[in-house]
Design a protein around this ligand. Structure first.
Ligand code: FAD
Ligand code: NAI
Length: 469
């Protein structure tokens, strides 16, 4: 019979849960993880980060072969889309990653339970299998890492065929002629880009008067301009009030967000991407009295303890940005605190990346946040048009923007739109984590010729002394 007595039972095996389980096992805790999905890895590995990046990369290659290689003197003829092979690539990447977590669980002796976990009482988790049978495990600690689920939109029922969530949009069997994306956030822009590159006419309908609302306003304005040039159409300040499916066509009724006359939009596929909400259904939280906030998120202290002793929570199910690496950091801290160590997360040093082309990356504060907080700051900016490597790579769109404290020069935020922005932002995240000033980064040698020289130049620009512009 399987072991049913643990130090820690993690419910959910996403990047928060599986990383917490491995870290706890490394620290000597007898650890189990309950996952209701057949494969491990949660939203991120199965239907989120990983498959979306597989399709983003593949569609970028298609786009490149079709439109960009010729200007490098590389002639390619007869470029064709083979969508089934592209999907096979995506499925293969997912399989390798979820299999990787299974391997890591075995290596670290994390016991895996397949089934839906519910909390019977502090220290008691019931696992209900698909066939209805159940078993109970007892544990010193329970970690809720159940993640999030698609936010529904009233009047627009998701059927994952004609009206899809991100999950359906990762699995379309043909390129839609017309795709309407509801929500100009991260999912809308990433998956909208994938299908636009593959040939769909994409219209993004956004409630607010800007896309990427959480990002620095200048960066989101520039992203809209660049994505618009690529062919994405935007209907801002617009809300969708209903959707009807007739045959192959979906008709959406839209109207100005501030009120006004309605119009209709027709689409072959509609993607609903208006955010995600914490997933706590069937967990038994009300039975044990775990407190939720007004948005349904589990409330924790800074060490991820809930109000019920022995029950902890991390990741998308609690407050904060819904990001895989944020969930991972929280999982590590929770496990370390359970094992008697201390832990801390600097949320200002957690980067966010939108994997469009070019990428959009950000860490720390935006200009709008600094203004609101009344913090005096200086801005340093450098465009990729003035970077030699960017010219060589034909990726001159975008810029690096850094924000530093006006008095102390401490770096407070950094925003990059440009090729490889997602990799480049790490340097500035590290600088913020170490409490560096813009001068510290400006005086650090950056290899030539690299795109990262634009970071050094932006930091020099804080003091009004960039060299190459
Ligand atoms: P999840 O990954 O959601 O995992 C929770 C797991 O818990 C799930 O497997 C679920 O089945 C399981 N579960 C829930 N309830 C129970 C229960 N009662 N019993 C047993 N199991 C249960 N983030 C990034 O940082 N970078 C990206 O590029 C990125 N791309 C994304 C693309 C898409 C299309 C989507 C949808 C999300 C993306 N995200 C990305 C967000 C990222 O996936 C989440 O922030 C991350 O997965 C959260 O991790 P988590 O461990 O909190 O929860
Ligand atoms: P989001 O919060 O990024 O964007 C949702 C957008 O929809 C916002 O711009 C919002 O103003 C808009 N919106 C809300 N209600 C609307 C309505 N009724 N009509 C029209 N527009 C409306 O959420 P999204 O894109 O669904 O992603 C969910 C989460 O997944 C995000 O929190 C994100 O962090 C995570 N994610 C992260 C990725 C990454 O890190 N690269 C990639 C994809 C998702």
């Amino acid at each position: 019979m399987a072991d049913t007595q643990f130090d820690l039972v993690v419910i959910g095996s996403g990047p928060g849960g599986y990383v917490a389980a491995i870290r706890a096992a490394q620290l000597g805790l007898r650890t189990a993880c309950v996952e209701m999905r057949k494969t491990l890895g949660g939203t991120c590995l199965n239907i989120g980060c990983i498959p979306s990046k597989a399709l983003l990369t593949a569609s970028e290659k298609y786009e490149e072969a079709k439109h960009s290689l010729a200007s490098f003197g590389v002639k390619v003829a007869g470029v064709e889309l083979d969508l089934p092979t592209m999907m096979k690539h995506k499925d293969g990447v997912v399989a390798a990653n979820v299999g990787g977590v299974e391997f890591l669980f075995k290596k670290n002796k994390v016991t895996r339970f397949i089934g839906k976990g519910s909390i019977e009482a502090a220290g008691v988790v019931k696992v209900t299998k698909e066939d209805g049978s159940a078993e109970t495990v007892t544990t010193k600690n329970i970690l809720i890492a159940t993640g999030s689920d698609v936010m529904p939109l009233p009047g627009v029922a998701i059927d994952e065929k004609k009206i899809v969530s991100s999950t359906g949009a990762l699995d379309l069997d043909k390129v839609p002629g017309r795709l309407v994306v509801i929500g100009g956030g991260v999912i809308g822009l990433e998956l909208g880009s994938v299908w636009q590159r593959l040939g769909a006419q994409v219209t993004v309908v956004e409630f607010l008067d800007r896309i990427l609302p959480g990002m620095d306003a200048e960066v989101s304005k520039q992203s809209q301009r660049i994505l618009g040039k690529q062919g994405l159409a935007f209907k801002l300040g617009t809300k969708v009030t209903s959707a009807t499916v007739k045959g192959e066509t979906v008709t959406l009724t839209v109207e100005p967000a501030k009120g006004g006359s309605a119009e209709t939009l027709e689409a072959d596929i509609v993607l609903v991407a208006i955010g995600r909400r914490p997933y706590t259904a069937g967990l038994g939280l009300d039975t044990v009295g775990v407190a939720l906030d007004n948005r349904g998120r589990v409330v924790t202290d800074h060490h991820f303890r809930t109000n019920v002793p022995g029950i902890w929570a991390i990741g998308d199910v609690i407050a904060g940005p819904m990001l895989a690496h944020k969930a991972e950091e929280e999982g590590v801290v929770a496990a370390e605190v359970m094992a008697g160590q201390s832990g801390h997360i600097n949320y200002d040093a957690i980067p966010g990346v939108v994997y469009t082309w070019p990428e959009i990356a950000s860490v720390g504060k935006t200009e709008e946040q600094l203004k609101e907080a009344g913090i005096a700051y200086k801005v340093g900016k450098f465009p990729f048009t003035a970077n030699g490597r960017a010219r060589a790579m034909q990726v001159t769109e975008g810029f690096v923007k850094v924000l530093a404290d006006a008095k102390t020069d401490k770096l407070l935020g950094a925003h990059i739109i440009g090729a490889n922005a997602g990799d480049m932002i790490e340097e500035l995240g590290l600088a913020i984590e170490f409490g560096a000033s813009s001068e510290d980064v400006a005086r650090t040698s950056h290899a030539h010729p690299t795109l990262t020289e634009a970071i050094k130049e932006a930091c020099l620009a804080v003091d009004g002394r960039p060299i190459h512009i």
